[in-house]
Design a protein around this ligand. Structure first.
Ligand SMILES: Cc1cc2nc3c(=O)[nH]c(=O)nc-3n(C[C@H](O)[C@H](O)[C@H](O)COP(=O)(O)OP(=O)(O)OC[C@H]3O[C@@H](n4cnc5c(N)ncnc54)[C@H](O)[C@@H]3O)c2cc1C
Length: 404
């Protein structure tokens, strides 16, 4: 196992680090001030500072860093990009500034790997240019979607069209005024073998029959200007050439889509946990109670030590997963990817919880810490709940004993 980052990766990480510290973090408040704060998602606008920062980052070549593909991206492998993702995890704004934010990253990977030349021209190119955004519509309110074979929404081939019906929710990013297309996943042939029933279809958001019903709150916040949408697809018709890779290949595509994305999420979570630990320590050494700094009261040193050890363990395991993905592909990295998908969000959650606690009453009012808490908690569900990933780790562990 080799966790050494390439020289190019070290240079990119340094540049990204500088840009985050000097340009992004100082502009977080400007971004927040420029947001249109309203529950009416149709009025949401993109803060101009975001587009300014994107242009600057692009001019510096800090753009599409998540793509290992040299034709479209920076040519960094997953292990190298993991180090970049950790740095971007320190600011809620950073991933998008470098055009490296979900769900566009996963959707771009799908289009690069499975898209037709026409699909790439129409959707991938503007996505990678940062001109448009996208959504991924898989989860449904009516069924337990952690088991994707439960999916009920349909996309049936009728002549030279594909006809889409069903209800989805948690389609992240669909409230963004720049969101131009959704990748919809549904059942095409219920009689086919279990993993060949589904298709993925490119659906322009303005297609008749696509109705965005509402944005779902995460702990009361609508995550403007991106949002997590509930969407009704009612007799939505698109040409057959909008199906990605052809009908029946939805599961195959979904499996390939999630490996790198989970590593990105986990490394960002580790960067966020570092930020939370930094906040915790600053408070612990600066504030005094009962004649001592908070760091020297009760079990607070143990809390700090445990946080440091947990973050470092999570980072090493995530790097191992990235290395396994680069070396053995998705199927050779299944255990590690599922393991980090459980560990990293839980580490973030516990470190943020400790950071909130040491801030006393101010902790539950602190915008950054409460946002990180919401992110950690939601991440334990998004891309599959903890239990499903533990199930995968246990299944592969027990497979070693299948002959007994
Ligand atoms: C902030 C956020 C963003 C999201 N973004 C997207 C997106 O962009 N696109 C999209 O399609 N979806 C998205 N999701 C949805 C997410 O992927 C699903 O919520 C998740 O897969 C779980 O599906 P479910 O909500 O139907 O829960 P269910 O399947 O109903 O599961 C509920 C609970 O049952 C338990 N459970 C399930 N399976 C097992 C098991 N095998 N063993 C033990 N217990 C189990 C777990 O406690 C689980 O949390 C997002 C979710 C969140 C919170």
């Amino acid at each position: 196992m080799d966790f050494e980052h390439s020289e190019r990766a070290r240079e990119v990480v340094d540049q990204v680090q500088r840009f985050v510290v000097e340009r992004i973090v100082p502009n977080e408040q400007t971004y927040t001030d420029q947001l249109v704060h309203t529950d009416d998602w149709r009025k949401w606008r993109i803060p101009p500072i975001l587009e300014e920062l994107k242009q600057e980052a692009r001019r510096l070549g800090l753009w599409n860093l998540f793509l290992p593909d040299e034709e479209y991206g920076a040519g960094l492998n997953n292990r190298d990009y993991a180090a970049v993702a950790e740095v971007t995890g320190r600011s809620f704004l950073a991933p998008e500034v470098f055009n490296c934010s979900a769900p566009d990253t996963g959707n771009a990977e799908v289009l690069i790997k499975y898209g037709s030349p026409e699909q790439k021209k129409r959707w991938l190119e503007p996505l990678l240019a940062g001109e448009i955004r996208s959504g991924f519509s898989m989860t449904e309110p009516a069924v337990a979607s952690s088991d994707a074979t439960n999916m009920k929404a349909t996309c049936e081939v009728v002549g030279d069209e594909i006809v889409i019906n069903g209800q989805k929710w948690w389609t992240s990013g669909a409230g963004d005024p720049r969101c131009k297309f959704l990748i919809f996943m549904g059942v095409t042939d219920p009689e086919a073998e279990r993993h060949q029933r589904h298709s993925m279809v490119l659906v322009p958001v303005d297609t008749p029959g696509v109705e965005i019903v509402r944005m779902l709150p995460v702990f009361g916040h609508l995550s403007e200007p991106h949002g997590h949408a509930e969407i009704v697809y009612d007799d939505v018709r698109v040409p057959l050439d909008h199906v990605i890779a052809g009908p029946g290949r939805g599961f195959e595509i979904a499996q390939g889509r999630l490996g790198p994305g989970r590593i990105h999420h986990c490394m960002r979570a580790i960067g966020a946990a570092e930020r939370a630990l930094e906040r915790l320590c600053l408070r612990a050494v600066d504030r005094v109670a009962f004649g001592k700094t908070l760091a020297n009261l009760g079990g607070n040193r143990d809390i700090i030590a445990n946080a440091r050890m947990a973050i470092d363990q999570a980072r090493l395991l995530t790097l191992k997963a990235a290395w396994a993905l680069d070396t053995h592909g998705t199927f050779g990295a299944l255990v590690d990817i599922s393991a980090i998908k459980v560990i990293a969000p839980n580490v973030l959650q516990s470190v943020v919880d400790a950071a909130i606690q040491i801030h006393g009453g101010e902790g539950v009012a602190d915008r950054e810490l409460t946002m990180l808490m919401g992110m950690a908690r939601a991440l334990r569900l998004a891309d599959g709940p903890d239990e499903v990933h533990r199930g995968m780790v246990a299944r592969l562990e027990l497979a070693k004993y299948k002959d007994r």
